[in-house]
Design a protein. Structure first.
Length: 280
């Protein structure tokens, strides 16, 4: 998952289809655990766009609607889109007064210059061709509008993910062959890569910042169940292994997770890169 395949090894269409199908299955479990972590980045995302009352905002990969809902609370006119129908249904259930629709990030169903701000929380690492999606985000931005994106930091800093990858490596497991090859999951933990993604789409005043905090988890079992139930690539990396390999991974995971015990719970370091830029 942390390796960076050659461009020729990646079938972006197949990878995107794998991700989309995965999120259809994972929507409820994502909201129950993983979303409690990712939703903590929504406020910094909105702050990075300078979103104000009456402005128009698009929340791409809205999931359960975290970004759209908070933007609406700030007085913005919001629309949330997601590639997974299950996520759209969940967002509509949670926030019945807001607009949510299914849409592909690489082909947004909006005219040019429709929004004053676009945000996408942890989307770019789930795309086979993130450059195409960012170009779409810029297309629908009005002149002077701002884009803000997040991605995970390196696995040695984003430890709630890192312990899983370290456990897989310690167990001697290889990626299952039936998972479509995707881009480096941690590509945008490198600030230059993240900044160049935005600059390459024509944005100005690009900044990249690191946001770090600790997230409490009741037990290793809760972390294990939460990550396997609320992720796509990470869960497939483990659940598509032979049963003996899964058991070895679980044993290594239990050992590694205990390193983060603090009293009666775990304290998992979280680290995120947030990139923002302005359309000329």
């Amino acid at each position: 998952m942390s390796a960076s395949p050659s461009a020729g090894a990646i079938d972006a269409e197949a990878f995107n289809a794998f991700e989309a199908a995965g999120w259809e299955r994972q929507a409820p479990a994502y909201d129950a655990f993983f979303g409690q972590i990712t939703s903590q980045l929504v406020e910094p995302l909105l702050d990075a766009t300078g979103l104000g009352p009456g402005e128009r905002m698009l929340d791409v990969a809205t999931g359960p609607g975290y970004g759209a809902a908070l933007a609406a609370q700030r007085g913005a006119e919001t629309v949330g889109v997601d590639v997974a129908d299950a996520m759209v249904a969940l967002a509509r259930e949670r926030h019945p007064g807001l607009e949510f629709r299914r849409a592909d990030a690489e082909s947004l169903p909006f005219p040019d210059a429709s929004f004053d701000a676009v945000v996408a929380n942890f989307l770019v690492l789930h795309l086979g061709a993130p450059e195409l999606a960012v170009s779409e985000f810029v297309r629908v931005l009005a002149p002077g509008g701002r884009l803000a994106l997040t991605a995970w930091d390196r696995p040695d800093r984003a430890r709630f993910l890192g312990v899983f990858l370290d456990a897989v490596a310690a167990a001697g497991a290889s990626p299952p062959t039936d998972i479509p090859a995707g881009p480096d999951f941690f590509r945008f933990s490198h600030e230059d890569e993240f900044a160049n993604l935005l600059r390459g789409a024509g944005l100005e005043g690009v900044t990249v910042q690191t946001l770090a905090f600790a997230h409490p988890v009741a037990s290793p079992e809760q972390l294990w169940d939460g990550l396997l139930g609320g992720t796509v690539r990470t869960s497939a990396l483990i659940l598509r292994q032979p049963e003996p390999t899964q058991k070895r991974i679980r044993a290594e995971f239990e050992r590694l997770a205990e390193e983060y015990r603090s009293g009666d719970r775990l304290e998992l370091p979280v680290s995120v890169k947030l990139a923002a830029g302005r359309k000329p």
